[in-house]
Design a binder for this molecule. Structure first.
Ligand SMILES: NC(=O)c1ccc[n+]([C@@H]2O[C@H](COP(=O)([O-])OP(=O)(O)OC[C@H]3O[C@@H](n4cnc5c(N)ncnc54)[C@H](O)[C@@H]3O)[C@@H](O)[C@H]2O)c1
Length: 267
């Protein structure tokens, strides 16, 4: 029988991830924080960018101080990714310190709800900037180095939301749908340089933000009824897929969408 328990996952070890230079955007909390911990746990050198300074510093400190802590303490850089000058400066900082990036995890996003009739042009811009634009420009920042070394992995984080009939999320869904197209384009252009690009598509993942803002017993029942597997997707499940795709075990995976959603086709 398959495992539908909520027990902690023990990650597979991918020896080629040790020493890899990894950047995680939005790594201060939620799935991003789990990605930081999971890649650092493989012995990778991790830099993570987030607008949330307190959470970012607290995560960096807790990982550096943990008893069986990672080989390389992850480094937090405060950055508002909607500010393209700040984004560029952050990647120049990483480039100066690391000499390049091997793996980019474009994870930062914001899924605030909105009513279509209240959307202004400024709000439209803001939603595209926080959910879509930075994925392109963070990728653009690391591509020259990846090309030079003939190797690199870009994982763009999409969302199940637009594959299902969600409400009050039309701009987020627009951005997340675009990410899949953008990723296919990138993969096609970059494959010849040894660079892989894929979209990771999480389902309804139990994160602190989701639990705090939108969790109700009715919502929990709706999600479980809609999924093929009667168990919630945890942040570790998303990190486990990301580790595989970023490692050499995923060397023939590019240009596609990889879902980790417990088979959520229901409404
Ligand atoms: N949680 C889910 O159920 C779910 C479902 C589908 C897709 N996803 C996707 O997975 C990824 C992670 O989701 P999550 O639930 O962990 O999100 P989250 O909101 O819990 O965390 C996102 C992180 O991004 C950071 N961030 C937001 N705006 C930023 C900015 N302008 N500059 C820098 N950092 C910024 C936040 O501070 C936060 O630390 C996102 O791409 C999201 O769209 C999540």
């Amino acid at each position: 029988m398959s495992d539908t328990s909520q027990q902690d996952l023990i990650y597979a070890v991918y020896p080629d991830l040790a020493g890899k230079r990894v950047v995680v955007t939005g790594g201060g909390s939620g799935i991003g924080a789990e990605l930081v911990a999971a890649f650092a746990g493989q012995g990778a050198r991790v830099w993570f960018l987030d607008i949330a300074e307190e959470a970012g510093r607290a995560l960096a400190a807790s990982l550096a101080e943990s008893v069986d802590g990672p080989r390389h303490a992850p480094r937090f850089i405060k950055c508002d990714l909607t500010d393209l000058a700040a984004l560029k400066a952050a990647f120049e900082d990483i480039e100066g310190e690391a000499g390049g990036v091997d793996i980019l995890l474009n994870n930062a996003a914001n899924d605030d709800r909105h009513d279509i009739e209240e959307v202004t042009p400024a709000y439209w811009e803001n939603r595209m900037n926080v959910n879509l634009r930075h994925q392109f420009f963070c990728s653009q920042a690391v591509i020259p180095g990846m090309k030079k070394q003939g190797d690199g992995v870009i994982l763009n984080f999409g969302s199940i939301s637009w594959h299902l009939p969600h409400t009050e999320l039309s701009l987020y869904m627009t951005a997340k749908a675009a990410i899949e197209g953008m990723t296919r384009g990138m993969a096609r252009d970059l494959g010849k340089y040894g660079i892989r690009a894929s979209t990771v598509v999480p389902g309804a993942v139990r994160t602190p933000r989701q639990q705090a803002l939108w969790h109700t017993p009715e919502e929990e029942a709706r999600i479980l009824a809609g999924q093929c597997l009667p168990a919630r997707v945890e942040m570790q499940d998303v990190a486990a897929l990301s580790l595989f795709l970023a490692s050499s075990n995923g060397r023939r995976c590019s240009g596609r969408e990889y879902f980790v959603d417990a088979g959520w086709y229901g409404a």
